[in-house]
Design a protein around this ligand. Structure first.
Ligand code: FAD
Ligand code: NAI
Length: 325
């Protein structure tokens, strides 16, 4: 069986890894320069910077077993960041017993580990799809990427919908899957500070705060040394400032940080990244995955399962099981 998977994030990689084990001919396409999707870390001269996913937890026993495998292979490690949270405008210690994992030396390593030996095509943005009732043909930059018996889209909902609409796919259930936006945006800003204002590595925001998360990059192996702090703005802020430019967002980040510390802060913004499709919309009904044999078409992704790394893996695995039935 030949299959094209679009998206080499955790969901696409999990699905591909299962199919390849059963002898399927899998071709995996991603528009990024490397794999990982929202789990990618940015490479800099001083080390990696995590701008997207910060860590992941494992609550499902199958995913926990996968994590044990990655741990043994050295693809991930435990992150034992000292945690705090915002309370009435103050940063207060908030330790807990949760087990958290990170890729080493960057977040995409566990995704790459799933893809060893696979036909992987990065730097290929799939721009058009065509289905003749039998086979799917994929196009990038006006040229065909080939014909396949099955197709999986393991990309964010809001990127999958226009591709399938343009291909003329008509399916009532699929329209329902696309009817509510599944993913909401998040602005990420990396700031270099002169010193650490807090004896913590991760700070959770609260319901009223502009930021949802602050983290010290150097608390993770392989990441940029020095006082690099990552700030994720809240969904409300990110929606409100979605189309702002990076310089404006940088200004908001510096103001938000300054408000948290009493002393004057020397800070430089090094990176701003707008994630248009980041966080799960709590109002989105979950489907796990979606597969329609008559269309030889499947969908997987965190957004179908709940919005976390673990959910992306579970969605990809569930779709693979369905395809292999
Ligand atoms: P993605 O990672 O989005 O993968 C989709 C892939 O498809 C991408 O590589 C993209 O390049 C590719 N693609 C899209 N369109 C096309 C196309 N037309 N052609 C070719 N390729 C295409 N989760 C946690 O568990 N813990 C966290 O701390 C956490 N923090 C997060 C912080 C941020 C800012 C963001 C954005 C996400 C965070 N998440 C976190 C969520 C986590 O990153 C996701 O749940 C998970 O990585 C999603 O994997 P995925 O495979 O479903 O999608
Ligand atoms: P988790 O169990 O560490 O966190 C879940 C939530 O519990 C946190 O968001 C926080 O509100 C609360 N929490 C956990 N530990 C806490 C502590 N010590 N003190 C105070 N509050 C604490 O991780 P899980 O369930 O794996 O979730 C993943 C994380 O990724 C969440 O924080 C989530 O918000 C974040 N995420 C961010 C996205 C974004 O776009 N910025 C997208 C997807 C996930």
């Amino acid at each position: 069986m030949t299959i094209a998977i679009i998206g080499a994030g955790m969901a696409g990689a999990a699905c591909a890894s299962q199919l390849i084990q059963q002898g399927w001919q899998v071709s995996l396409f991603d528009k990024g320069r490397s794999v990982g999707g929202r789990m990618s870390s940015k490479r800099t001269e001083q080390g990696y910077l995590d701008l997207g996913a910060q860590y992941f937890t494992a609550r499902d026993t199958a995913f926990l077993a996968q994590c044990q495998h990655w741990l043994r292979a050295g693809s991930i490690t435990h992150w034992q960041g000292r945690l705090a949270q915002l309370e009435s405008g103050a940063v207060v210690a908030s330790p807990d017993e949760e087990v958290r994992f990170i890729g080493v030396p960057s977040m995409q390593v566990p995704v790459a580990a799933l893809l060893q030996g696979l036909a992987l095509y990065t730097g290929r943005q799939v721009e058009r799809l065509a289905f003749d009732g039998n086979r799917w043909q994929l196009f990038s930059a006006g040229a065909s990427l080939g014909c396949f018996e099955q197709l999986v889209l393991a990309i964010p909902q809001q990127q999958a919908e226009p591709l399938l609409r343009a291909a003329g796919v008509v399916d009532a259930e699929l329209s329902t899957v696309f009817s509510t936006p599944a993913l909401l945006p998040c602005w990420a800003v990396n700031v270099q500070l002169s010193h650490s204002p807090w004896p913590y590595d991760g700070i959770f925001g609260n319901a009223g705060s502009q930021f949802s998360w602050l983290a010290r990059q150097s608390s993770k192996p392989g990441r940029s040394q020095g006082e690099h702090w990552l700030l994720h703005f809240s969904t409300a802020f990110s929606l409100q400032h979605l189309e702002s430019d990076s310089s404006e967002i940088a200004g908001y980040a510096l103001t938000a940080l300054q408000q948290l510390v009493d002393q004057p802060l020397s800070a430089d913004v090094t990176h701003c990244h707008r994630w248009r499709y980041a966080r799960q919309n709590p109002a989105y009904p979950l489907y796990g995955m979606w597969y329609r044999p008559a269309l030889a078409l499947g969908l997987a992704g965190d957004w179908l399962y709940g919005g976390r790394v673990e959910h992306a893996w579970l969605s990809g695995m569930q779709l693979a099981r369905e395809l292999l039935r």
